[in-house]
Design a protein around this ligand. Sequence first.
Ligand SMILES: CC(C)(COP(=O)(O)OP(=O)(O)OC[C@H]1O[C@@H](n2cnc3c(N)ncnc32)[C@H](O)[C@@H]1OP(=O)(O)O)[C@@H](O)C(=O)NCCC(=O)NCCS
Length: 203
Amino acid sequence: MTSFVLVKELRERDRRRMLKHFIELEESDRLLRFGSVLPDEQVINYVNRIDFSRDVVFGVYNRLFRLVAVGHLAFAPRDEKNSATEKERVAEFGVSVSRSARGRGIGSRLFERAAIHCRNNDVDTLYMHCLSSNKTMMHIAKKAGMEIHRDYGEADAYLKLPPANPGSVLQEALDEQFAVLDYTFKANKRIAAKWLGRLIGRK
Ligand SMILES: CC(C)(COP(=O)(O)OP(=O)(O)OC[C@H]1O[C@@H](n2cnc3c(N)ncnc32)[C@H](O)[C@@H]1OP(=O)(O)O)[C@@H](O)C(=O)NCCC(=O)NCCS
């Protein structure tokens, strides 16, 4: 079932919820997301080291204000391996969606948002690295038109992106505005519910 998915850029204040999202991933999902079954300690290190001034992290909150998906778009300078581009930087995308929220288009929407962000920031090559046994991610990659190279059970996929245009800039700005409104509404609702709970508890 596909529903309306609002993708928001995450900030420092979301770091604690990001950690909760990753820690709750089952072993098999950690393997698919990170390429190995990272122990909790390394997951904590990974989350603590995300640099919001360099990379962009996208997230999806559910109606209970729980972070159910995280997409990390990491930028790196082009090197000799990145022969697919003339631009200064390339981007790599990693994504995970909580089991309870899968199959509703969230993973695909996060990917689309990452792609449009690259376009709008002068990056024309978006990479993804995953296990070739990852049928769902392979499906999303193919659907997006990614070029896929399989090698010893692993797959490197990349997507060439067109340059930004007024439509892509407007789309990203609108997507973010709607997601910020939704986030603020849910955050306030949660605060109000807590206050109400305390008031009722006092009586
Ligand atoms: C991969 C992942 C992000 C997908 O998230 P999601 O929100 O369920 O994805 P979507 O709902 O957007 O899309 C799933 C698509 O895959 C298809 N799909 C699901 N299972 C499939 C399978 N076994 N084989 C082929 N396609 C499959 C669905 O039909 C859907 O296709 P459609 O959009 O054309 O209808 C999620 O499963 C996940 O977090 N996995 C663990 C971590 C991981 O693998 N990360 C990717 C490596 S970086």
